[in-house]
Design a protein around this ligand. Structure first.
Ligand code: C5P
Length: 240
């Protein structure tokens, strides 16, 4: 599975900033947008309704992590918003991930679709040394990432958020359809920002990523629509 549209990370603080940003795109162009904590905690569910009304698809990136019952109840509510995809922390455990999925199935009973559910493995901001010292997980970071991905697969989730560099190993440990959604994407010759391990859209495709999330290369571009098209074409193998 390969979602043709790069997911745009709407890392803005409020609706006014979003409206201004989306004005760069042609009317009727359906985008896949990532709404994260910053925006959701300030604008609430209305921002999801607002974006959906304009024909966009939504990945609600709230990274839930709590006891299974609480996550299940929260997911019932999120599914009712009609988002296309949402996520949890794999560190919450298999039982919590199963509960999250149950919640989505219940909440989406009357909706057009059950949102896809993916898991965050190790945050890319966590170093191997921090993982070993603070989480007291011995061994390599990549082993922990793959093991969390296997847990997510065992809980029947749709995939994980990971680095494109980890996608191949995760697919080997699960299957090729298991979504590896990868941030840290930068077109050639662009600003890296605070991301440490970045790859181009073309490279992400070669590394078997199934979906890509792109923020600043589009949101901070002089011409966001052109930047989006360039990344989309590269991601779809239309640029050699
Ligand atoms: O601006 P940039 O393209 O770096 O944005 C990437 C987006 O993906 C941001 O919203 C960031 O929070 C998110 N993300 C990430 N690394 C992860 C998980 C999410 O960069 N491991």
């Amino acid at each position: 599975m390969h979602e043709a549209r790069p997911i745009i990370a709407l890392d803005f603080a409020n609706k006014a900033a979003i409206t201004k940003f989306l004005a760069h795109f042609p009317n009727g162009e359906s985008l896949y947008l990532k709404v994260g904590m910053e925006l959701f905690y300030q604008e609430g569910p209305d921002i999801v309704h607002y974006l959906k009304k304009q024909g966009h698809d939504i990945f609600l990136d709230l990274k839930l992590h709590d006891i299974p019952n609480t996550v299940k109840s929260a997911m019932i509510g999120l599914a009712k918003l009609g988002v296309n995809m949402t996520n949890v922390h794999a560190a919450g455990g298999i039982e919590m991930m199963q509960a999250a999925k149950e919640g989505l199935n219940i909440g989406a009973k009357d909706a057009e679709q059950v949102p896809k559910l993916i898991a965050v493995t190790q945050l890319t901001s966590t170093s191997e040394a921090q993982m070993q010292k603070e989480q007291r997980i011995p061994g390599k970071l990549i082993d922990s990432v793959v093991s969390y991905a296997q847990n997510a697969h065992a809980a029947k989730l749709d995939g994980v958020v990971c680095s494109a560099l980890e996608a191949n190993l995760i697919h080997q440990a699960t299957n090729q359809q298991f979504i590896c959604l990868t941030p840290g994407i930068r077109p050639a010759n662009s600003q890296v920002g605070d991301q440490k391990r970045v790859v181009t859209p073309k490279k992400a495709q070669e590394l078997t990523a199934n979906m890509i999330v792109v923020g600043r290369p589009i949101t901070q571009a002089d011409d966001p629509y052109q930047a989006y098209l360039q990344i989309k074409n590269e991601w779809n193998g239309e640029v050699k």
